[in-house]
Write a protein that binds this ligand. Structure first.
Ligand SMILES: [Zn+2]
Length: 99
């Protein structure tokens, strides 16, 4: 393992936790959207690609407070991006539609 990789392992994108924390809440408003792991992952990735990444080194105990603060700061933007991603993924799911 080289040094660069070790540094990467210490970095965490807090936006991931913010998006994942709000995903189910937004999905509740789209009862027709598939909620399988694949679609949920696609939705999260699409939303994250349109949101600024917030990398920081992870220090235990600090993560929760940082995510809480960012959730408030980016609430509207995060919900908008998740909603857009849900619409895209429900229109073009990567698997066969299930009954
Ligand atoms: Zn699905």
């Amino acid at each position: 393992m080289n040094e660069g990789w070790e540094i990467m392992m210490e970095l965490k994108n807090f936006m991931e936790d913010v998006v994942l924390g709000k995903l189910d809440k937004v999905l509740d408003q789209y009862p027709d959207c598939c909620r399988c792991d694949q679609c949920r992952r696609d939705i999260a990735i699409l939303a994250l690609n349109h949101l600024p990444a917030h990398y920081s080194s992870t220090e235990k105990g600090e993560i929760f407070t940082r995510v809480q603060a960012m959730s408030l700061e980016y609430e509207v933007e995060v919900i908008q991006q998740i909603a857009k991603a849900i619409e895209l993924v429900s229109a073009h799911p990567r698997h066969e539609k299930r009954a």
